[in-house]
Design a protein around this ligand. Structure first.
Ligand code: GLY
Length: 426
């Protein structure tokens, strides 16, 4: 960690990046936070796209920035390697370490060969072989594109017919492009999902509290997967015993295996987990970055100085810091999306109610938004806003967040959000 770094560059323009910047700008160690490209909710936006490494490097050099990468695309393309080779401070995993997210089959092989709990699976690059495999299975299945697909590359199937259709969509129709040329077919296990995110410097970790993400577009977890429609933290159904199992058997073991394979993982390690009836956690997926919208719920609960932890992690010195400190309250985030998302949707609609929407302990983090010449805030993406509230319990947090959500509207096509964020069935 170089003490001179007081400017921070956050790469990305989603709710996750807005929430990271909101938290980091509270640090006494930070003078300015820049976003590339940011959105209408962020200030100090720099009009550089996340994959334009040359321009990002030039900007980071000009301001002596410590850089933080939000989305998976630049990580998978090697932005951390590119910055590091130019002696610039950047927090995130190398593209080799990020394979834990960018190749589902790599992650599953790593888990299986190291005895880290994960559902049974098989990997295919041939459509007919995948279909033949499905015909022999009696259990429900999950079909996963091997590569990255904006969080949408997982199809949970209730029948053989659904599984065969999903395989055809990925391998023949190529709805996720080359990400679906290789697929993983996984046994579908039942239980409650939870996300557990840890900060790793390659050897040492600091864990975040449990968080729950709602991936499906519709209430009751119906409809196709999205990038995430809401989240809350902490998650009451994850016992202390289960949290210990996640920490020791999953997170620490994974970081240790990556290190001993000479591919140390430094960055946010995100484990998407399923907890079964006995309280045992299995890994459904890893991501090599912060979750969105998990980040929004986690940032509003964090008491520690996030920038200090990221700077120590980048320097490989996380062991010198105490555990992260958190507010003993519940946070909840409801994503407001453009109607039609995750399929076709309208952009450019004026958003109303943002100013009136502010109330105590509620943050409006922007995702797909932009500003026009007259200063109106317009929709500019599928996920548009992440309304995030903090309260003494989940019930109050739900009430608080939906009061704000219900005041915000836009355009003729209009807004869409799930009404059941914070509700879960055991
Ligand atoms: N919320 C799921 C993700 O960030 O991939």
């Amino acid at each position: 960690m170089k003490q001179k770094s007081k400017s921070v560059l956050i790469i990305g323009g989603g709710g996750r990046e807005h929430a990271l910047g909101w938290k980091i700008s509270q640090s006494n160690l930070v003078e300015s936070v820049y976003y590339a490209p940011g959105n209408a909710g962020t200030v100090n936006n720099v009009p550089i796209q996340p994959n334009d490494f040359e321009k990002l490097v030039a900007f980071a050099k000009s301001k002596n920035c410590f850089t933080i990468v939000g989305p998976e695309a630049p990580i998978s393309l090697g932005i951390v390697d590119y910055f590091s080779a130019r002696n610039l401070e950047i927090f995130g995993p190398s593209s080799r370490a990020a394979k834990i997210e960018t190749s589902k089959s790599f992650a599953k092989d790593l888990l299986q060969s190291n005895g880290i709990p994960t559902p049974q699976f098989a990997t295919f690059t041939n459509h007919q072989e995948a279909v033949d495999y499905v015909m022999k299975q009696s259990e429900a299945l999950v079909i996963k594109a091997d590569g990255i697909a904006s969080g949408k590359g997982v199809i949970v199937c209730n029948s053989q017919e659904e599984a065969i259709n999903a395989i055809e969509a990925m391998m023949v129709k190529r709805i996720f492009g080359e990400a679906g040329d290789k697929i993983v077919i996984e046994e579908r296990i039942r239980g409650q999902e939870v996300s557990l995110i840890a900060l790793s410097d390659g050897s040492n970790i600091k864990t975040f509290p449990t968080c729950r993400d709602y991936k499906n577009i519709a209430d009751g977890n119906a409809g196709p997967n999205t990038g995430g429609m809401g989240s809350f933290s902490p998650v009451p159904y994850v016992s202390q015993d289960t949290q210990r199992q996640i920490l020791y058997d999953i997170i620490e073991r994974t970081v240790s295996v990556m290190k001993s394979n000479s591919v140390p993982f430094a960055g946010f390690l995100y484990a998407g987990l399923m907890i079964d009836k006995k309280g045992k956690a299995s890994v459904l997926e890893f991501n090599a970055r912060m979750g969105d919208p998990e980040c929004q719920s986690l940032m509003v609960r964090m008491n520690s100085d996030l920038f200090e932890y990221l700077a120590f992690a980048e320097a490989g010195k996380l062991d010198e810091l105490p555990p992260l400190q958190w507010k003993d309250q519940t946070s909840i985030c409801v994503v407001m999306a453009a109607k039609g998302y995750p399929a076709r949707y309208q952009k450019g609609e004026i958003i109303y109610g943002l100013k009136n929407g502010y109330m105590k302990d509620t943050n409006i983090f922007h995702s797909g938004t932009t500003r026009d010449a007259s200063g109106h805030i317009l929709t500019n993406g599928g996920r548009v806003l992440s309304i995030t509230s903090l309260a003494s319990n989940l019930g109050e947090a739900r009430q608080r967040v939906y009061e704000v959500v219900n005041q915000i509207t836009w355009g003729d096509n209009g807004q869409y959000f799930r009404r059941d964020i914070g509700i879960y069935l055991i």
